[in-house]
Design a protein around this ligand. Structure first.
Ligand code: ACO
Length: 168
């Protein structure tokens, strides 16, 4: 066995643990905003050698749909495929549980996120006009653009065969 091999796993976050706001804050602007959904979300964490380096939080919208409200990877581990592994996990988990749709929202300026979500099979669903200007006190600028609209993307889980990944 290679002892230097990294041990990665995705696991359910236990309610009695302290929430890793430092990660959640990479995907959302304020703790106040996060607290509006995080306490009734199902949370999964990505661990490497028992260190939490990624997270996603899913909220039940209705009997048919879930929404990923927050997904984040520690800055030093971004770009090595962990975000896509978390999305695959969310997709296979929701599919196995019989949900029809998985939603995810992001801003008008989030080019990388829009790329990844579409790469993972999410399609544009709705534009929530002025979501960021209406819901956040301060103006937020990303990639040189002021955030204004929220783009909601949807993945239809029943339309295609989705690879069911092994979960730990
Ligand atoms: N434009 C388009 N694509 C880009 C850009 C860019 N500027 N920069 C990188 N990419 C591509 C990479 O090439 C790669 O694609 P590839 O695999 O086809 O080559 C992809 O983006 C990165 O994929 P991963 O490595 O799987 O992503 P990562 O592990 O970095 O996780 C995440 C992605 C979660 C968005 C992470 O970067 C992050 O935590 N960002 C800050 C928090 C955030 O913005 N979260 C999402 C907010 S929306 C929400 O939470 C619902």
């Amino acid at each position: 066995m290679n002892l230097t091999q990294k041990k990665d796993r995705i696991k359910l976050f236990k309610a009695d643990q302290e929430l890793p706001y430092h990660l959640l804050l990479l995907a959302d602007e304020t703790i106040e905003a996060i607290d509006k959904y995080i306490h009734d979300s199902e949370i999964y964490i990505y661990e490497r050698d028992q260190k939490t380096i990624g997270i996603y939080a899913c909220q039940l919208l209705d009997g048919e749909s879930l929404e990923i409200k927050n997904i984040a990877v520690s800055e030093e581990y971004q770009g090595e495929g962990i975000g896509q592994k978390l999305l695959s996990h969310a997709i296979s988990n929701a599919t196995k549980r019989g949900f029809k749709n998985l939603m995810i929202g992001t801003s008008n300026a989030a080019f990388q996120q829009l790329y990844i979500y579409q790469k993972m099979g999410f399609r544009f669903h709705k534009v929530l006009k002025n979501f960021f200007t209406d819901n956040y006190k301060k103006e937020i600028v990303e990639n040189g653009l002021v955030l204004n609209d929220m783009l909601l993307l949807k993945k239809d889980l029943q339309k295609e065969d989705v690879e069911v990944l092994q979960q730990s």
